[in-house]
Design a protein around this ligand. Structure first.
Ligand code: ZN
Length: 114
């Protein structure tokens, strides 16, 4: 796998992993903080709970948006937003998820800067 494709896919994995962790662990953390704060501040904890849940939803939405909009290493369009879901490949250029670079592949990042 070429270094550039490997870097792009590693970045894609990192974004997906971060969004997934925040999706799963975020509500647990919010509930734990709300329960602990309930013993400290009483009825005001429900307002804190709502504020924390809204904050979690905003953070997770932003992280998920970043993962969905991550560009395909070959053609540069958003990979997940344009993928063929059944075969997990780019809907524009056909690059498979975590696919390797072919010698004939154009490099959209080089084309963008020239
Ligand atoms: Zn593509």
């Amino acid at each position: 796998m070429s270094d550039r494709y490997a870097r792009e896919w590693n970045e894609f994995r990192r974004k997906n992993r971060t969004a997934s962790l925040v999706l799963i662990l975020g509500p647990l953390v919010v509930v734990l903080v709300a329960l602990m704060s309930r013993t400290l501040i009483g009825d005001k904890a429900s307002g804190l709970f709502i504020a924390l849940m809204v904050g979690w939803a905003l953070v997770w939405g932003w992280l998920a948006f970043r993962a969905v909009r991550h560009p395909c290493p070959r053609c540069g369009v958003a990979f997940l937003a344009n993928q063929d879901a059944w075969v997990r490949r780019c809907g524009r250029c056909g690059l498979e998820l975590y696919g390797e670079q072919r010698p004939s592949d154009s490099t959209w990042t080089q084309n963008r800067t020239s």
